[in-house]
Ligand binder design. Structure first.
Ligand SMILES: CC(C)(COP(=O)(O)OP(=O)(O)OC[C@H]1O[C@@H](n2cnc3c(N)ncnc32)[C@H](O)[C@@H]1OP(=O)(O)O)[C@@H](O)C(=O)NCCC(=O)NCCS
Length: 168
């Protein structure tokens, strides 16, 4: 059982450990859009840009090791004026740290940091990912639509569920 997992804003020095955590979850091929590791320099550059832009970015750390993350980024590029009130949330935990309430602590920290920045926090989740779906509903996300059978991989077919959290 892991102990003393802290939730805090991500620092640039966390990024190598964060990318190790992230890529391992991509390689599970079950929960996230990407299904293969991203080259570390590319992933580090992406997250560093989001942190330096001031977008909400939180990690769960066990000592100095990143065991989870939750980040929120604008849903569209700035020139798309009609979506400036919308952001997209992503999150994950390393397998050994799931099912212990750490995800709830992470997402609540990230959502608190969204207040006053965006009106709509959006995400999508695969229907087989019951734990994530339950967590999102628990913290206030509501379902807006469902693309039936839109996810198909490794012999499993699922719906893609679109969800939103309204900050006001
Ligand atoms: C999704 C994830 C972030 C959730 O974090 P977590 O810490 O494991 O979740 P929690 O322990 O806070 O549990 C969330 C809720 O789901 C419930 N839950 C767990 N397994 C469940 C299941 N199979 N079916 C329904 N609910 C379930 C829990 O009971 C809990 O509700 P409760 O607090 O009311 O009891 C984490 O499991 C994870 O990283 N999974 C892999 C990556 C991923 O799916 N990312 C999100 C992609 S959309």
């Amino acid at each position: 059982m892991p102990h003393d997992v802290q939730i805090r804003p991500t620092q640039l020095a966390d990024l190598p450990s964060l990318v190790t955590c992230l890529n391992a979850v991509f390689e599970e091929r079950r929960f996230l859009a990407f299904t293969a590791a991203i080259p570390a320099p590319e992933a580090i550059a992406y997250h560093a840009a989001n942190i330096t832009s001031g977008h909400p970015h939180f990690v769960a750390v066990d000592g100095n090791v990143v065991v989870g993350l939750c980040d929120v980024v604008p849903a569209a590029m700035p020139r798309i004026e009609g979506q400036r009130h919308c952001a997209t949330l992503g999150m994950l935990l390393a397998p050994a740290y799931r099912g212990q309430g750490i995800g709830e602590r992470l997402i609540r920290a990230a959502l608190a940091a969204c207040s006053g920045r965006w009106d709509r926090i959006q995400l999508n989740v695969y229907s087989h990912n019951e734990r994530a779906h339950a967590l999102y509903r628990k913290v206030g996300f509501v379902e807006e639509g469902r693309r039936v059978g839109a996810w198909q991989l490794d012999g499993l077919t699922s719906d893609i569920i679109d969800m939103v959290y309204r900050t006001r």
